[in-house]
Design a protein around this ligand. Structure first.
Ligand code: MTE
Length: 325
């Protein structure tokens, strides 16, 4: 596909961010800088209502949160306050700016059916709340590194993708998992544009069954806000954020490597693997450092975003592949 304009998340964050929001983020610096990662999500979640449901309506999954934290996943950074993380998003279905959180309220997250198909013993369709009852929900603190060079640390809740795969029973011939976001131009008018909608992402089976790979259904001790990709999204913290597909409706087990949304949109700039590597620049900017949202500071970016102990082995026999962009 050929471009007629630059994508919002391809430009440096300062250029992509409206000045008012940028200044507002700076003013939050003093609050966030003193909050340690050891403080629970509940403290940082204060005062941000979950707008997914109208006044008086209760999200059917509300009682699942806050979920018990899995202490195996430690972070060496402060958590990003919810007021920043949930209102500074990339969700192109709702526009190219970072400030899509109110537009994303148009998304209807119930009923929500997820189709599990392709190379499985038996294709299935399951309602999100039925799925949540089957899955082991826990909280994990993960770092997130966007290809635009900003980062955040979020208390996500959800379940390992591996648990869903065990339930889905894929055939031995399945080599990849392909994920698809909803496609509904009434709910998301931006999907009328020229992009190759719906948003598609993919993982190898080895990546999908890695301990780190999380299906996210909540954040900050509550059901997932719409701006984060409610009611269910992926999170792969060792990859650039664009792999972490939001608002998933279809999960297919396939033999061929899925062609992703960004590979189709910009094949010279984005590949299938998208692993974080500070030494491999994006064709148009360096990936060496990142702005830590809410702190006003930059830090060095780490190989695999610091998660190499979990995932480096997955790539040792893939020297010929373009693993890092
Ligand atoms: N998923 C969908 N469906 N649409 C998107 O535009 N943006 C991606 C990813 N998943 C995107 C998506 C990008 S570029 C990033 S950095 C993360 O979502 C942003 O997640 P966040 O808004 O929760 O920070």
């Amino acid at each position: 596909m050929h471009f007629i304009r630059r994508k919002g998340w391809e430009i440096p964050e300062r250029e992509a961010t409206p000045e008012a929001l940028f200044l507002n983020r700076r003013s939050l610096l003093t609050t966030s800088a003193r909050i340690g990662a050891s403080i629970g999500a509940g403290v940082l979640a204060a005062n941000i209502p979950n707008l997914a449901f109208a006044a008086g309506e209760v999200d059917p999954s509300a009682s699942l949160y806050p979920a018990k934290r899995n202490e195996s996943y430690v972070v060496d950074r402060e958590l990003t306050p919810e007021a920043i993380a949930s209102r500074y998003n990339n969700f192109y279905e709702y526009g190219l700016s970072k400030s899509i959180w109110s537009a994303a309220e148009a998304l209807k997250t119930r009923p929500w059916t997820i189709s599990v198909e392709g190379l499985v013993e038996k294709p299935k369709q399951i309602d999100i709340d039925a799925l949540l009852k089957l899955m082991p929900i826990e909280e994990r603190l993960y770092r997130h590194r966007c290809v635009e060079t900003w980062s955040m640390t979020v208390p996500w809740s959800g379940f390992p993708l591996k648990a869903l795969i065990d339930w889905a029973r894929p055939l031995g011939s399945a080599k990849y998992v392909r994920f698809e976001t909803f496609y509904d131009t009434k709910l998301a008018p931006s999907q009328r544009g020229f992009w190759p909608w719906p948003y598609v992402e993919g993982l190898t089976m080895a990546e999908a069954t890695n301990d780190l790979t999380l299906m996210v259904t909540g954040a900050y001790g509550k059901p997932l806000a719409k701006s984060f990709g409610a009611p269910i999204r992926l999170h792969t913290p060792w990859k650039y954020g664009f792999k972490s597909i939001k608002s998933i409706v279809k999960i297919a087990f396939v033999e061929e490597r899925p062609k992703t949304f960004w590979e189709t949109s910009g094949p010279g700039e984005y590949g299938f693997w998208a692993n974080v590597n500070p030494k491999v620049p994006h064709p148009r900017w360096s990936q060496a450092t990142e702005e830590v949202l809410g702190t006003g500071t930059r830090r060095d970016t780490l190989l695999f975003n610091g998660y190499g102990d979990f995932v480096a082995d997955l790539y040792k026999d893939l020297a010929g592949e373009k693993l890092y962009i």
